[in-house]
Design a protein around this ligand. Sequence first.
Ligand code: GLN
Ligand code: ZN
Length: 777
Amino acid sequence: MTHQTHPFPSGTVLGYPRIGPRRELKKALEAFWAGRAEAAEVEATAADLRRRTRTRLAELGLATDLPAIPSAFSFYDQVLDAATVLGAVPDRFADLVDGSGALDLAGYSTVARGRGDDLPLEMTKWFDSNYHYLVPEIGPGTTFRFASDRPVREFAEGLADGVLTRPVLVGPVTFLALAKAAEGSPEGFAPIDRLADVLPVYAEVLRALRAAGATWVQLEEPALVSDSTGVPADRLLAAATEAYRVLATDLPAAERPSILVAAPYGDLRDALPVLAATDVEGLALDLVRGTVPTGSVAGLADKVVVGGVVDGHNIWRADLDAALGGLERLEGLGAHQVAVGTSTSLFHVPHDVEDEPQLDPTLRSWLAFADQKVREVVTLATGVTEGREAVHAELLAAADARRSRAEAPGVVRPEVRERLGGLDATAFRRGEFATRQAAQAERLGLPALPTTTIGSFPQTPEIRVARAAFGRGEISAEQYQDEMRAEVRRVVELQEQIGLDVLVHGEPERNDMVQYFAENLDGFSVTQNGWVQSYGSRCTRPSILWGDVSRPAPITVPWTTYAQSLTPKPVKGMLTGPVTILAWSFVRDDQPLADTANQVALALRDEIADLEAAGTAIVQVDEPALRELLPLRADAHAAYLDWSVASFRLSTSGVRPDTQIHTHLCYSEFGEIFGAIDGLDADVTSIEAARSKMEILGDIAAEGYPRGIGPGVWDIHSPRVPSEAEVTDLLASAVRVVDPTQLWVNPDCGLKTRRYEEVTPSLEHVLAATRTVRDSL
Ligand code: GLN
Ligand code: ZN
């Protein structure tokens, strides 16, 4: 079958960082939210960023007369953008939309951030990344209409600038698969039930884009590489068939742009033949996580296939030779055209390696941030169209970088390898829980329903000012230490006053729970400008884990022992676990993650041994990211949970029976990983169940889970101070469900983002409630 396919470039990227090289968008948005800037100023900053992005991508070699440059800007989140285009705004924000269903920037921000009692859209992780999207709320009565023409305007803006861009939208299947049923939806309703109602709006958007001159549009459908969206696989496949029948077959090719369906983050598997059988003109495959299909795929002969061989999700230079090999195999499938692409959007990586002058030049030579990745794409596209000889020098340079990386000092440290290789099963196992429990009870002598916190206390403006001054060299290390110790003293005194049973030092010295450890371990480097968007205006600066990991000196011991010297109550040591350190860093890709995790685990194990030797009786190892790295495909879960749980156990199993190990996990939907939590074998686990009213406790009791559990009685994610009565009710219901000897009382996460005005009264209410419930036992 032939129909009109518009010309497609030989190389492209699926997306590019949106926040700006100096986080310009963050600053503009935050000034707007604080009332310090007008919406028009934010719009101007955004337009400038979009223009600079187009210019930069063109400079790096992407075509401007063919749709190589994506038009993929967002003020906050691409899923919220799709909801806005479709007019799918929850009823509680109905007053914010204008007559045509559109939101202005203030209204859009309110949907993202909430106001008063109107909660914002829920936020959750985007596939297996550390980016958070906003969850649309779709009910049987949600009305859809083409409410915002922003994508059309942004396309037109590029065209006026002489650049034919490719608009990017979250596709209909993924949009609905990621949505949740709006409150009040009938039992059994799922947003994907509304597919037939959103498709006409998508069709209108496509028509409008074509009318504005767009030749290609990119519809993002990563839901099709995942088993984890909650929509059954057969339902997803049927939805894909239906969606692209309506958009590609029923909507004549002359009335719309050619459609590129992008499937980042994994392998399409069964969805590949399904998409190939539709009339869409192009498919973008993730060939970093996925593989080149073997055997023939019907329907590719008239399609453009974008081979996503350049990793959009990590920062290592590509193996160009291997990438070309993959592209050549892809050509063997007989597609109409093979183009070169990134595996995912580049918004998971920072802008430019050249922007890191302080990074060791050798390390820098191994890295590719977004701009370097664009050049890799361009090089590979030349290789595909003109043959390997045309890019001979680039292939050699890439091979040199890989060799340099393999041979550099610190990448392989024999002593680290030998130690790992010499471990046997006992290194991953503690003694019986019952024995530990008795020994710990005797050593700690805690009351029933022991009270504690998750670790951090508010990071006050004074702490941030001191850290910034230290960073600029304006105060000495000694002065900085003194200020942080003074903060530790205040935090300990406050906890004693409030009457907590297990104290913490409060983590004032940590900029970030991962970067702090990265700065203190060998094998890591940190960047200056390597910001990536985490959600909305929030960015993180992941560390780079490039070599074998070891611990040159104790890290937390002086802080914990100082805090312990101030109080007779036990002070809990506080560490970040191996899986979370990996999840929130850019991790070497030259060995299995399991090996890297175990190296980190050994460093932590030594830290825990030093804490124990210094008299610490309780150590908490946080694993908030344990669930985030869970593979998208169900058949990969078991292997992941095996190594991730093992690395946690390796870090914590060196201690005596009377040393109590805690862990903290930042979520409560644990059905799918309950076995893993059990497998961690921590003596006490705190979780984030305050918002869900501790529903999880029933499951825990039903499973016969024997160890300590702190479900969290105060939701710290909102500035609200819970009343004493409310906490009393929660605790009273908890002791009816689980054995009171298992129950710990704590807020549901760290307090670093809260203010003392909220923290002090909240903790006081928690303590008063605990006393009441204790008396009733
Ligand atoms: N100990 C950390 C804190 O209290 C844990 C934070 C987290 O789990 N995200 O800040
Ligand atoms: Zn947490």
